[in-house]
Design a protein around this ligand. Sequence first.
Ligand SMILES: [Zn+2]
Length: 224
Amino acid sequence: MYILHTETSRGVNFLIIDGHTYRQASVLKHNNIALRCTIKSCKARVTTQSDGLTIVKTQNEHNHVADDRKTEAKELRVQARKKSGDVSSSPSKIVRTELQGMKESHLEPKDLKNASLAVNRERCKDTLAVYRERCKDTLAVNRERCKDTLAVYRERRKDTLAVYRERRKDTLAVYRERRKDTPVLPKSRDDVHTATGLMIIETNKSENLLLRDFSGCKQSAFIF
Ligand SMILES: [Zn+2]
């Protein structure tokens, strides 16, 4: 019995057994894998262990003959894809090398072309994966830098605010001190008399600039 185990591009188990192709249908207990023939109308089934190669059970006969060309083409694609990591060889060279190791007899030129394309696709996947990882790293670095910059700004802002607060305190203290020397804002004529009584209002030649009536009369006037 000739068995070739591989996976589809979506990571689903795929088997080629004596020219028949099987695709994973489900995963059973003990991680055994149930596979069914890729021909939809066929009821042939196999069950393998989790390695995908050790056959535990086979069920039903195939209702068709094996498609040798299709199977060989699939086998060539699988084998060529496995060698895609060797970037020193071109895809077509990899396919030619793999062909030499196969006892193929049914393949057509388009099957070889498809195998080359499969190698290219596999390489593309690897390249994209590398770019994605790089992108992630760059973003992580940028995020960290951003955090650091913000932290610096936050600290600076704290310092600036502290300085402003201190200055404001000083300014308010100065105002408070000045207010002590200044009479209260007069609200009535009596208040004006009291306030002007406390103030020295003179010219620079020490002459009285303000003349007040000290009679205590509420109608008293001020003369400048
Ligand atoms: Zn079948």
